[in-house]
Ligand binder design. Structure first.
Ligand SMILES: O=C[C@H](O)[C@H](O)[C@H](O)COP(=O)(O)O
Length: 262
C-alpha cells in the first residue's frame, strides 16, 4: 500500500488537482480571448502603433503578436513596467506616447470585471494610470478577459474594490474623504505580499493604492469615477467607463464571446 507524504491526503490531493484544472481552464480562456483579439483587430496594412495593457491576459496577446512575423514591425506602446519588459524580451519595437505624436491606432488591454455597457474595473494588478493614459491616446480601445470577468453590475465579480491610485502624501486625507463618501464601504491601503516586500504596494509611478469596496455599482459607475477622480491627490481611478469598443471573453468551452458597445 502506498502512503502519501505528511498531510497529503486523498482529499487534499483532489482539492489541489481541481485547483490546477481551474487555473489551466482560466488561463486557456485568457489565451483564447487574447489570440482572437490580436488576430481580429491588429491589421498590419492599416495600423502602425499599438497600445498594450498590462496583466496576465496581455501576456498571451504579446505571445501571439511575437509569433506573427507581419506584426513584428509595428510599434508597441507599453502601459507598465511589466509590458515594457515583455515588449523588449520579445524583441518588438517599443514606442512611447511622446514618440508617437499622432497617437495610438488601437489598444488592447485586460480587465478585472466588465459589464454589458463595456465599463470595466481595472487595476487589480496595480496598473491603471498608464493604462488610461494610453487608452485615452488611442483611436480604439478593446478589452480581453476570461469568462469569469463578465458582469451585470461592476463590483459583483471583482469584489476587492475599485483601485484608486493616490500620491503618498495624500494617502490618509483621501482615505478619510472616501470613508466619508462611502460610510458603508471599506477603503483599504493595498499591502504587498510580506514575503516579497514589507509595507504597501507601490505602483509603477511611485504611488499607493486604495481598494474601495463600495458594493455593486450598477449604473452609477461613471458618477463614482467622477466623484473620486476630482479629489486632489487622486492620480487615477480603476473604472474605465464608456471607453471600450469591444470586449473579448474566452469561455471554458473553448469559444470566444465578443461584446460590442451598443
Ligand atoms: O492592474 C492591472 C490591469 O488593469 C490588468 O489589465 C487587470 O488587472 C487584468 O489583469 P489579468 O489579465 O491578469 O486578469
Amino acid at each position: 500500500m502506498h502512503h502519501l507524504p505528511g498531510n497529503f491526503t486523498r482529499a487534499n490531493f483532489s482539492k489541489i488537482f481541481k485547483r490546477c484544472l481551474t487555473t489551466a481552464t482560466v488561463d486557456n480562456g485568457k489565451r483564447l480571448a487574447a489570440w482572437k483579439a490580436v488576430d481580429d483587430l491588429i491589421l498590419p496594412q492599416q495600423h502602425r502603433v499599438i497600445g498594450l495593457g498590462s496583466g496576465s491576459t496581455i501576456e498571451h496577446a504579446l505571445q501571439r503578436i511575437a509569433s506573427r512575423q507581419e506584426l513584428r514591425s509595428l510599434i508597441y506602446v507599453s502601459t507598465s513596467f511589466q509590458t515594457r519588459q515583455l515588449i523588449l524580451q520579445n524583441k518588438l519595437k517599443l514606442g512611447t506616447l511622446e514618440e508617437c505624436p499622432n497617437g495610438v491606432d488601437l489598444t488592447i488591454d485586460g480587465a478585472d470585471e466588465v459589464d454589458q455597457d463595456l465599463s470595466a474595473i481595472k487595476g487589480g494588478g496595480g496598473c491603471l494610470f498608464q493604462e488610461r493614459l494610453v487608452a485615452q491616446a488611442s483611436q480604439d480601445f478593446y478589452l480581453i478577459a476570461d469568462e469569469r470577468k463578465k458582469s451585470t453590475s461592476l463590483g459583483t465579480k471583482y469584489t476587492r474594490g475599485i483601485p484608486v491610485e493616490v500620491i503618498p502624501m495624500a494617502l490618509s486625507s483621501i482615505q478619510r474623504i472616501l470613508m466619508t463618501m462611502h460610510p458603508e464601504g471599506s477603503i483599504q491601503l493595498r499591502m504587498a505580499n510580506p514575503s516579497d516586500k514589507a509595507g504597501p504596494v507601490v505602483t509603477d509611478n511611485g504611488n499607493l493604492l486604495l481598494d474601495c469596496q463600495v458594493g455593486p455599482l450598477g449604473d452609477t459607475a461613471a458618477a463614482v469615477y467622477q466623484d473620486i477622480k476630482r479629489l486632489t491627490g487622486v492620480v487615477e481611478v480603476g473604472l474605465f467607463c464608456g471607453m471600450a469598443k469591444k470586449a473579448y471573453f474566452g469561455n471554458n468551452d473553448g469559444t470566444v464571446d465578443i461584446w460590442t458597445k451598443h
